[in-house]
Every structure is written in C-alpha cells, then in structure tokens.
Design a protein around this ligand. Structure first.
Ligand code: MG
Length: 158
C-alpha cells in the first residue's frame, strides 16, 4: 500500500545562530532559534514521513523537554525516523520539501541538502527533492523573522 504524509515546521530567525537547512549549514547573519539545530527542512521531512506511516510526530519522539536533543544535529532525527519506518515495514518512495526563507538565496545549497537528507534516510538522492522560495517581502517570513518548510512524503508500507 502506498501512503502519503505531510509535514510543516517554522523556526524564528535570530542573529548569532547558525542557519542549518536540509542538514547543511548555510552562511547567513541569522540562524534558526530552536531546541535542536532548528533545521526546519529536516523537521518537516521527519513529520511528513511519520505522518505517512501514522506513527505520530516529531514532538512525540523528540520532545523539546528532553535535554538529549539540545543542539541536536537533525540528521539524528532523520535516521531515527527512517529506522522507525523500516520497523513498521515502510520504505520511502520519495520526499519533496519546500523551504520558505527571505534570504540568503538557497539555490547553490540545494544539491547538498538533497544528498544529505537522502544519506540520513538511507535513501537515494533521486528520491529527495528540495526547493526554496523567498517570501516576497510579505509578513514575518518576508521580514526575515522566520524560516518555514513544507514537506510531502510517499511511502510503501506492507
Ligand atoms: Mg522544528
């Protein structure tokens, strides 16, 4: 059976934090505030995959109240989600994520993000798509106050 899942995440952007998106550190004067590394793209992918398998969400598996996840590299979350999906008899068909951030321009970093997400999931880079948009100066996203990510995932589940 093929099953679909959707994931969403948003993090506030502040000065003095690294900007990590899709498991890649992107040079930027502002980075995401978060308990872990604040990687909205990785978190949206995790939630899309967990949602497809009806396994819950990141908050249940990796609560921000748990000190283990402070500053955690989100590749850990992707690996753990992939392990839980495999245990549930699921394989990843494909994942597609869109990152919304006013700046910097992410296009040069997208191939590295695809490769890093695929590697963390134990999947093929051809099954992972990462896209980016600016917020066209609209609202909090347009004011460079936040970064947002939307993901969708398809899985095969026995
Ligand atoms: Mg998050």
């Amino acid at each position: 059976m093929q099953r679909i899942g959707q994931g969403y995440d948003i993090h506030r952007l502040v000065e003095g934090r690294p900007l990590r998106l899709g498991c890649v550190e992107v040079p930027s004067e502002r980075g995401a505030l978060g308990h872990s590394d604040g990687d909205a793209a990785a978190h949206a992918v995790c939630d899309a995959l967990l949602g497809a398998a009806a396994l819950g969400d990141m908050g249940a598996f990796f609560p921000s109240s748990d000190e283990r996840w402070r500053g955690a590299d989100s590749r850990i979350f992707l690996r753990e989600v992939a392990t839980r999906l495999a245990a549930a008899g699921a394989t990843v068909v494909n994942v597609d994520v869109t990152i919304v951030i006013e700046r910097p321009r992410l296009a040069p970093h997208l191939p590295a993000m695809r490769a890093a997400i695929a590697e963390a999931l134990g999947s093929d880079v051809g099954r992972v798509s990462v896209k980016a948009k600016s917020a066209d100066s609209i609202g909090a996203l347009g004011a460079w106050q936040a970064v947002e990510a939307h993901a969708i995932a398809l899985i095969d589940m026995r």
